[in-house]
Design a protein around this ligand. Structure first.
Ligand code: KDG
Length: 372
């Protein structure tokens, strides 16, 4: 039995060895590296430049994963908004140029609202956020120039000022706050909605509880116009309107439509009272860990995605206004009434000029005069 068994065992061993050799040679032929084509394997002349053994391919994959850094982008609006489209364009541009980064876009305030996201960038616990400039005034007071009502007259004028020396200077100012300002995107011209009455003239604002961004200039402006403003993070706004905590808010048409504000607001007024930029911010402590090449890729992508965002935002503003006219009672504000709005809030501009900085306000207004 043993012998027989011994012979059987020997035959088994030989056949196992033969099977193993067959298996090894078969696998070696198939696993000629991800770059090998079937023709190269058939030719048997695998080009050493393309054929990579499995283990080095695995190593190269694991190396990419190891070295790849995740950059998270936090925005407050949802994934229908042109700002989200811009963030996805940024992701596409960066990931097409380098394997060094995995870009993750978090919309609808999933990570934080504007002000908290800015603070997270300062601590290096978040890499990117693209807020309205208004909350940034709590960190860099000069940013208040963008909250002075009725100053910027069109998106094209905004582009010229923001993409010129004045915009560059403003981007540099955030460095003192452990932030890197990389590009200007567009939120747009803000318009009033409310659930109480049509607003066609200044007097119609009396007593309306209006949510504003967390920004003293906005609060003062609506107080001066006779409303009862309250500051609130964007992430809390829809619920506040739904529960009647506030009567109204002000935002560009795309935000009003794409955030479904028309479900909880009845009246829309084309006030266009201020143009708000979005600013592409990067955490400086994270930025300083990147190579110059990586910084260039990210900076160029932020600018290019911003140009895309502006185009999409202007298209969306027209589309959204038309859509909102079907859901809400729309009131145009006549040029005469616009003038009354402007005259009424002049004291607010005078009061805040000193808080913002007389020189930077004058520089901003002088720059605007070149184009409008
Ligand atoms: O993603 C942008 C939002 O977080 C916010 O900036 C939008 O204009 C806005 C607001 O009213 O808070």
């Amino acid at each position: 039995m043993l012998k027989k068994q011994g012979g059987l065992r020997m035959r088994t061993k030989i056949s196992n060895l033969l099977m193993l050799f067959f298996l090894v040679f078969t696998l070696a032929g198939c696993g000629g590296g991800s770059n090998s084509t079937s023709s190269e394997i058939i030719d048997g002349e695998q080009n050493s430049d393309t054929a990579e053994p499995m283990e080095s391919e695995n190593e190269s994959v694991s190396n990419v994963e190891e070295e790849q850094r995740t950059l998270r982008i936090s925005i407050g609006v949802n994934d229908k908004h042109p700002e989200y489209e811009g963030a996805m364009k940024f992701k596409e541009l960066v990931e097409s140029k380098t394997d060094d980064f995995n870009i993750e876009v978090y919309h609808s305030g999933q990570i934080a609202d504007d002000r908290s996201a800015i603070e997270m960038l300062q601590f290096g616990t978040l890499e990117i956020t693209i807020p309205s400039t208004s909350p940034l005034v709590n960190f860099v007071r000069e940013y208040g120039v963008f909250d002075l009502p009725f100053t910027i007259s069109s998106g094209e004028v905004a582009d010229k000022v923001l993409d010129g020396p004045f915009g560059d200077k403003m981007l540099e100012l955030v460095e003192s706050q452990n932030l890197v300002g990389l590009a200007w995107w567009e939120n747009g011209f803000r318009n009033l909605t409310n659930s109480v009455r049509p607003v066609e003239k200044v007097e119609d604002l009396k007593g309306l509880k209006i949510r504003t961004m967390e920004n003293e200039i906005h609060l003062d402006a609506w107080r001066e116009l006779g409303a009862n403003p309250t500051p609130m993070a964007f992430t809390e706004l829809f619920a506040a309107m739904q529960q009647g905590t506030v009567d109204g808010q002000e935002n560009p048409y795309p935000t009003i439509e794409l955030s479904n504000f028309y479900e909880v607001q009845d009246y829309l007024s084309g006030t266009g009272h201020v143009y708000t930029p979005f600013i592409f911010l990067f955490s400086k402590s994270v930025w300083d860990e990147l190579t110059p090449e990586q910084q260039t890729i990210i900076s160029d992508a932020a600018v290019e995605a911003g140009e895309f965002n502006r185009i999409r935002n202007r298209e969306a503003a027209e589309e959204s206004l038309e859509a909102l006219k079907g859901f809400m009672t729309f009131s145009e504000i006549s040029p005469e009434e616009h003038k009354r709005f402007q005259e009424k809030i002049l004291p607010v501009i005078e009061k805040h000029k000193s808080n913002i900085g007389e020189d930077i306000v004058e520089e901003f207004l002088t720059e605007l005069e070149k184009y409008q």
